[in-house]
Design a protein around this ligand. Structure first.
Ligand code: NAD
Ligand code: DAU
Length: 356
């Protein structure tokens, strides 16, 4: 079996579902169930003997050690993290604790387990760390996309904490020989995406008749990848990636935020028109910019294509249509995640980001 951390979050849950469907290999899922963790994402696995869920912290070394000893996974895939840039600006403590201290404790527990494994099991073991393109910093409009050798220049508390975790993973390989792999991926979108992030927030706000808050001038550029493609990339890296290497994962889909918001509005106009017949784009509101907002990310994903033959299967047009349709088809999921804690976050964040 494999051990997944953070498997109740957006990408982790998609990965667990995808992994069980594609490989059938059992999954031990360790997740703290923070505000971002949601067992409803895994509801379709109820009664599935190949999925074992444990609520716990990656920073709990004793718990991780006992899980490793009991289940003897052949690999660990580390998704667990605090992942929202805006929250890291409001308060970075949890980001430091989970993304840095938590990763360190996880690495130590895994190293102790791995070093005691018999030869063949030890040789086959892998620790795959899931990271982000944000560790590379921000690009000017005409600069080439980030390659794996781009300097690390994180600009937000979130990306600084992820860069720190990437460095720890690298060091545990270089110094201790732990067989690690790291992936640095661009912005994901798709089912189960928590509606504090751009695309799901725009969908749920549009449907609720609320403003669609675009930071600054909306011309910040992100590279967007359908979450299923991220899952297939991770599977491929785990299967055949070279130990100690980093692989960039991206969709070759650079788009300014305002274009993304207009695309979501146009799809909703088609699939669930407003009762007054007006376009959803009328709800777009420009608000105060995010402090330290990175202007552009772009991923050069040629290494993973060249070495491992991975390419995204989904185009942005097909992926975003599926995603909007998924939210329309799952109003109960949306209603449940919009709990009291979610409402408090939206109130705090968007009251502060009043119209520009
Ligand atoms: P998410 O916030 O939706 O989910 C994170 C999950 O980790 C949640 O289930 C949460 O409960 C769990 N968690 C948090 N702290 C934990 C701890 N201390 N111990 C155990 N579990 C804990 O995040 P996501 O968007 O699914 O991102 C998953 C990973 O992928 C993160 O490492 C993130 O940095 C990385 N990533 C995300 C994107 C993206 O676009 N969302 C892109 C590239 C990389
Ligand atoms: O690039 C990969 C990263 O993508 C991941 O590492 C992060 O975990 C993930 O959250 C995401 O970070 P971003 O900051 O790019 O995602 P977010 O959805 O928060 O914002 C996307 C863009 O949209 C960004 O330029 C900010 C802007 N934005 C966001 C929100 C929530 C708005 O204009 N308005 C909003 O209300």
């Amino acid at each position: 079996m494999i051990l997944i951390t953070g498997g109740a979050g957006f990408i982790g849950a998609n990965f667990v579902l995808d992994w069980l469907a594609k490989t059938g290999e059992p999954v031990l899922n360790l997740d703290k169930l923070t505000y971002a963790g949601n067992l409803e994402n895994l509801a379709s696995l109820e009664g599935h003997t190949g999925h074992v869920f444990v609520q716990g912290d990656i920073g709990d070394g004793a718990l991780v050690a006992s899980l490793l000893a009991q289940h003897r996974p052949r690999a660990v895939v580390n998704f667990a993290a605090e992942s929202h840039v805006d929250r890291s600006i409001h308060g970075a403590e949890d980001f430091i604790q989970t993304n840095i201290v938590g990763t360190f404790r996880l690495l130590e527990a895994v190293r102790a387990h791995w070093s005691a494994l018999p030869g063949a099991e030890q040789a086959a073991f892998r620790f795959l760390h899931v990271s982000t393109d944000e560790v590379y910093g921000s690009l000017a409009p005409n600069e080439p996309a980030f390659t794996e050798t781009h300097r690390t220049e994180p600009n937000s508390p979130y990306s600084a904490s992820k860069a720190a975790s990437d460095h720890l993973v690298r060091a545990w390989h270089h110094t201790h020989g732990l067989p690690v792999l790291t992936t640095n991926c661009s912005n994901n979108y798709g089912p189960f995406h928590f509606p504090e992030k751009l695309i799901p927030l725009m969908i749920v706000n549009a449907l609720a008749g609320k403003p669609l808050p675009v930071y600054g001038d909306g011309q910040q550029v992100r590279d967007w990848l359908y979450v299923g493609d991220h899952c297939s990339a991770i599977r491929r890296v785990l299967e055949a990636g070279r130990v100690g290497e980093t692989y960039n994962v991206g969709g070759w889909n650079e788009k300014p935020n305002l274009e993304i918001v207009h695309t979501v509005c146009a799809l909703l106009d088609e699939l669930r028109p407003r009762s007054d017949g007006q376009p959803y784009a009328q709800q777009i509101t420009f608000v105060k910019d995010r402090p330290g907002h990175d202007r552009r990310y772009a991923i050069d994903a040629r290494k993973i294509e060249r070495e491992l033959g991975w390419k995204p299967a989904e185009t942005f047009e097909s992926g975003i249509r599926k995603t909007v349709q998924w939210y329309l088809d799952h109003p109960e999921w949306v209603a449940h995640v919009q709990s009291g804690a979610y409402r408090e976050w939206v109130q705090a964040q968007y009251a502060a980001a009043a119209p520009a």
